[in-house]
Design a protein around this ligand. Structure first.
Ligand code: GDP
Ligand code: ZN
Length: 369
């Protein structure tokens, strides 16, 4: 590899989302190995993009061994940055390590007593929460999706879809604002293309996004409007899915002209969370709770309870508070799962790396970058 090849290689990686922080992390976690990003996964077989191109890969014996010893250890998933054995071409490679994730969209099966979780998408920048503005619109469901989105560490953005069908778009917007304070809301239509450019503004070279929301709200249609071509199947295909078509096992990272999109079936409809996203998603309720006189206030009959006062005056909606408590119970149960701790450790590591790289850049260039 000569210098110009090396530069081109950096372009390839940057297009996949690689930056100084990844480089710093990689140097400490996987020295001597080659970075790559997982594009797709199907039954343990991966497609990984690296400087030498896109090629097949699978977990090394060592990685298998590590994850057997430590169930919290990361197993590769779509969007992961991984460390490959050095090689020259696109031959089958072994994945030796999974780089610490910056963000992770996680699903837990609520019925599972051990609350085993599955990382559906790694290293995502934006989680679009799509909800259509018709009778399907549901504030409680929206709160749940936004909470899971915050949980991932990525930035949630609400898309009010099918806005061409709404008589009272402002009414839906106001309801969404109350359900998700501090979250950007964009009204979109795949038919009129309203809002599509505002959505595109959140993409960008090397940025990774995901679209979540119930089946039929128009996620695929929005992606296709962004791509300007029928990238994903829409509408009719779901009838087939209901009969168990194997397209539902597809898990992939798709390259758009101006960014990257992770599309995996399970990711579209999310369930429970482990707690860190709750305080952010319900910042308004969380703040009230800190105003109660007693720090362990149960908001039942204690004197000086700010929550009951707010419920009484109507400042806090009863339905919203009930939803908060329900999600909190879920989160408490899930927090017992070991991987919640693992996620926290990952976030800490990324915070440290970010600080180091910024300090380094300031010393080198004398400005914030
Ligand atoms: P997904 O399951 O969330 O990916 O939803 P799809 O993108 O497959 O859309 C479901 C159905 O809603 C399809 O029949 C679409 O044609 C329709 N649809 C999607 N977006 C819009 C929109 O902006 N306006 C209208 N009127 N219909 C839409
Ligand atoms: Zn209280």
């Amino acid at each position: 590899m000569d210098a110009s090849d090396a530069l081109q290689g950096m372009d390839v990686l940057a297009g996949l989302g690689w930056n100084d922080r990844h480089a710093t992390l990689f140097a400490s976690e996987a020295p001597g190995l080659v970075p790559g990003r997982v594009l797709s996964e199907e039954r343990g077989q991966y497609l990984v993009a690296s400087v030498s191109g896109v090629g097949p890969a699978s977990a090394s014996g060592r990685l298998r061994h590590d994850t057997e010893l430590d169930p919290g250890a990361a197993w590769p998933t779509v969007g992961d940055w991984v460390a490959l054995e050095p090689g020259t071409g696109t031959e089958h490679r072994l994945i030796q390590r999974v780089l610490t994730r910056r963000t992770a969209v996680v699903r837990r099966s609520p019925g599972d007593r051990k609350l085993r979780s599955q990382v559906l998408a790694a290293n995502v920048d934006v989680v679009f929460v799509v909800t259509s503005v018709n009778q399907e619109f549901n504030v409680r469901r929206l709160e749940r999706y936004v909470t899971v989105a915050w949980e991932s560490g990525a930035t949630p953005i609400i898309l009010l879809s099918k806005s061409d069908l709404a008589d009272d778009l402002d009414g839906f917007r106001i309801a969404a604002e109350a359900a998700a304070p501090a979250v950007e809301i964009i009204a979109v239509s795949a038919v009129t293309h309203l809002g599509i450019e505002d959505v595109r503004a959140h993409l960008g070279a090397g940025r990774t996004v995901v679209f979540t929301g119930s089946s039929g709200v128009g996620k695929s249609s929005i992606v296709n409007a962004l791509a300007g071509e029928p990238l994903l199947d829409t509408g009719g295909i779901r009838l087939d899915d209901a009969r168990g078509r194997h397209t539902t096992t597809r898990r992939q990272l798709v390259r758009l002209v101006d960014g990257l999109l992770i599309d995996t079936p399970g990711l579209r409809e999310l369930g429970v969370m482990d707690g860190d996203g709750l305080a952010t998603a319900f910042d308004d309720v969380d703040r009230l709770v800190t105003e109660c006189r007693f720090s362990d206030c149960q908001h039942r009959s204690e004197p000086g309870c700010a929550v009951r006062a707010a419920l009484g005056s109507g400042a806090l909606d009863r339905g919203r508070f009930d939803a908060y408590q329900k999600l909190q119970r879920e989160a408490n149960r899930a927090a017992l799962a070991t991987d919640a701790l693992g996620r926290r450790a990952e976030r800490r590591k990324w915070a440290i790396i970010t600080r180091e790289v910024e300090q380094h850049a300031r010393m080198k260039y004398g400005t914030d970058r």
